[in-house]
Ligand binder design. Structure first.
Ligand code: 13P
Length: 250
């Protein structure tokens, strides 16, 4: 049985003070113990959030890391730094980083390997654009992203990596993929991991859906057989995140 996961991606939102206020609000509302709840927050907020989530079920996540240990990379954050302050998960290859910061599949793979080297679990984002969906190449695109991101992983790493399927057209648009659309691609992702590492591994890998998830649509999306939870943007910045975590699966 895969443990369900709900991860928030705050993106470039909340000052450290606002971050503490939001965590305090959420920790009172979250009442599910049996799922992994992760808050992926801006680097500047990590220390404040690490303190606020002490003695709760919430785990600390970062939004990005660099693939080198240290050196002349102005403005970047290394896995060593994240590890020291208790980061357990890190988002890698979000479509916003791929498009605005030119991260490609090779860079994504290097970051995935570096995160594992430091015991941090990567949440790898994959997803197609609207044009790619309309051109009928969604599955091809996703398979390439998965295969390249997971290159050279051990079976154990492939079991613990988290994949987030985030169709680009569903991010921040209020237009989520239908349950069937999301399930179809999450199934394909699991199949692809099975081809790479064997079915025993792929049955353990958690696959999330992301893109306009909210407290109203989460329960149906998360009930699909290959969807193990969600990666949540906008709704993770408010109380609704607790509704997503607490959602009873239908
Ligand atoms: P929204 O939930 O705001 O659509 O964002 C999804 C996302 O990009 C999470 O990483």
């Amino acid at each position: 049985m895969r443990k369900r996961m709900v991860a928030g991606n705050w993106k470039m939102n909340k000052t450290p003070r606002e971050a503490v206020d939001l965590v305090n609000l959420l920790k009172d509302k979250i009442d599910k113990e049996d799922i992994d709840v992760v808050l992926c927050v801006p680097a500047i907020n990590l220390i404040a959030v690490a303190e606020s989530i002490l003695h709760t079920n919430i785990k600390l996540g970062a939004e990005n890391l660099h693939y080198e240990n240290c050196g002349a990379y102005t403005g970047e954050t290394s896995a060593t730094m994240l590890k020291e302050i208790g980061v357990k998960y890190v988002i890698v290859g979000h479509s916003e980083r791929r498009s605005y910061f030119k991260e490609n599949d090779v860079i994504v793979n290097k970051k995935v390997l570096k995160a594992f080297e430091y015991g941090i679990i990567p949440i790898v984002c994959v997803g197609e654009s609207l044009e790619e969906r309309e051109d009928g190449i969604t599955i091809e695109k996703i398979r390439i992203q998965v295969k390249k991101a997971l290159k050279n992983l051990t079976d154990k790493q492939a079991e613990s990596v988290v994949i987030a399927y985030e169709p680009i057209w569903a991010i921040g648009t209020g237009k989520h993929a239908t349950n069937e659309q999301a399930q179809e691609i999450c199934f394909e992702i699991r199949k692809c991991i099975g081809e790479m590492f064997g079915e025993k591994v792929s049955e353990k890998t958690r696959i999330l859906y992301g893109g306009s998830v909210n407290g109203k649509n989460a329960n149906e999306l998360f009930a699909m057989p290959d969807i193990d939870g969600g990666l949540v943007g906008g709704a993770s910045l408010k109380e609704d995140f607790a509704n997503i975590v607490n959602a009873d699966i239908v």
